[in-house]
Design a binder for this molecule. Sequence first.
Ligand code: FAD
Length: 544
Amino acid sequence: MRAAIEAHDAGADVAIVSKLHPTRSHSGAAEGGINAALGNASEDSPESHAFDTVKGSDYLGDQDAIEVFTAEAPGDIYQLEHWGCVFSRMPDGRIAQRPFGAAGAPRTAYAADITGHVLLHVCYEQVMKRSLRVYEELFAWKLVVEDGRCQGVVCWDLVNGGLKTIGAKTIILATGGIGRLFRATTNAWSCTGDGMAMALHAGVPLKDMEFMQFHPTTLYPSGILITEGCRGEGGYLLNKDGERFMKRYAPNAIELASRDVVSRSEQTEIDQGRGIDGCVFLDLRHLGAEKILERLPGSRELAMTYAAVDPIYDPIPVRPGAHYSMGGVDTDVWGKTELEGLYAAGECACVSVHGGNRLGGNSLMETITFGRRSGKAAAEAALSTADVSFSSSTQADAERELKRLLDRTDGERPAAIRDELGATMLENFGVFRREEKMVRQQEVVAGLRERYERVVVEDKGEVFNNDLTHALELGYLLDLASCMLEGGIARKESRGAHARPYDYPTRDDEHFLKHSLVTWEDGGPKLSYKPVTMTKWEPQERKY
Ligand SMILES: Cc1cc2nc3c(=O)[nH]c(=O)nc-3n(C[C@H](O)[C@H](O)[C@H](O)COP(=O)(O)OP(=O)(O)OC[C@H]3O[C@@H](n4cnc5c(N)ncnc54)[C@H](O)[C@@H]3O)c2cc1C
């Protein structure tokens, strides 16, 4: 939506396509906040935000992109505020900022613990104010690529059925993450990496796909997120002996070390028998009822509803869960991909500001800052492009493929394959990675792909055919799993969220200070690399 607003304001004729109503996008689940060096709660600067982000990325983030990001973030926050975003306030009326993991200053602006919900509604208001066309409940399935450029998108109409091709001079993918590749995840059912897969099959490389963030505090067993804001407000992590174990792993930052560090520490405690039923405890009791009710009401409600625990009186059982994809569609700092006419922004893109590990609060900011930038760039490109003209062949091919799928009556429904994929990815490509498990997972995915070739859509109807869309999404997930594994096996080091303590326990800048790129060739992933852009920060040992 941020991209669409900017493209409209730059003079382009814009439409939004979404498989959900826009305010049901998964950004609405974001709780804790959004990072910008406003310097309200203590002294801060874009430079310091940039350094924290570079260090957090384990030096894999592109420093030119990070500098753009941190320099423009404050202006974007004020823009949101002027649009009516109800940020929480300091007593003097300025925007409040809370501490978040691995941040050198309290830098995370927030609206209690419903920040994403608020941002989504503010952006939707701006979309409505401009009367932008929104094709909601339209499932984008394939990009139209002709004459060497992206010219449109073939969509399945979820409400009425049937395929529709929408032509466009430029297209921005903003389809979000891929958490549903893992069984324990904070992500909604809709987070199936569709845009990444569409780009991949249009010949565009995906970058750094092996880097999947596991968030340290997800509720057992649902995987629902309990925001980092809880630790930002002073929450402790305890093992079964009541010990604040993070003091051993990150003596300075303790619970506010970066997410990869905290997740690994938790997993180690659990693996070494100091967990509680596969979890550790997040303890907020010492914050007191007043602070919990004022700053963290949503988290309390989630804990009460989904874990039957009231954090005012009891600690919350939490464990690491798949949360955020650092990898995505390879773009430049204007969201432009290798394919003329195609742009990407938000979680589906990899600019890359997050490198090997994203800092909490940097993702909402990325959707806004790089959403705006890609909207501007895509509008300028569209306004200087003659009309698009494409044949009907992409839709005709899609119709044949769809017919083959819908005509099949013998085989397996998507759900069991999807469940097995999620469970095995968590087992074999989780917080800690082992060579033999990753190789095993490649075989598992190959087996699931064979079963997928015979997948059956039992619902032959046109209206809200979730059976069909689940089958299409499953195809995306399988391809993206292969890309992740290919990158993970080849990256013989430990960096950020890619942890190989058993065979390659340390970072290897000599061989792997580089982005992985994966393209889809001859029915499978093909790997190559490109350099990381460095401006002023040389890699250092990362300690918190
Ligand atoms: C529980 C949770 C809490 C989080 N908290 C924070 C936080 O406090 N701070 C922070 O910085 N980050 C947070 N994150 C991360 C951050 O919220 C996300 O990375 C970010 O919101 C993603 O935004 P997006 O616009 O890229 O994708 P989304 O908000 O997921 O939107 C994707 C859009 O694409 C559409 N779409 C997808 N596929 C298709 C298709 N095939 N056809 C048509 N439309 C499609 C969807 O309908 C949707 O509208 C959190 C993430 C989670 C899961």
